[in-house]
Write a new protein. Structure first.
Length: 116
């Protein structure tokens, strides 16, 4: 979970790389990009999306770059950039068993225009 102080790092769904803000987000030093549930309104808490794996473990997906997140999760995926040192706290707060890095989601789970 991210608090309201982290709101400046939370985006709307990524729709490509034409926006200067998205280009800046790509190079945030020390950032980890996480798929999150869409933010209802500014100031609301944001929660990282998790997935249950075939073995029953709950996974948090993390990406080293925004472009990797988009390629792996789809162009409509909401995301947040967090400091890498905060990932273990997010993992503990989300009660996940494993963090999977730069892992593509199956096509049916991606957030693309045709899968929304």
């Amino acid at each position: 979970m991210f608090d309201k102080d982290d709101q400046q790092m939370i985006s709307r769904p990524v729709l490509g790389y034409d926006s200067p803000a998205e280009k800046r987000a790509e190079v945030i030093e020390g950032a980890v990009f996480l798929p999150v549930h869409a933010v209802a309104s500014p100031g609301c808490a944001t929660y990282a999306e998790t997935r249950v794996l075939a073995d029953g473990a709950t996974a948090l997906f993390a990406y080293n770059s925004l472009s990797t997140l988009v390629n792996c999760c789809g162009e409509q995926q909401s995301w947040a950039a967090v400091k890498s040192r905060e990932l273990s706290e997010i993992q503990a707060g989300s009660e996940v068993d494993v963090v999977l890095w730069d892992t593509p989601l199956p096509e049916q789970l991606r957030r693309d225009a045709e899968n929304d």
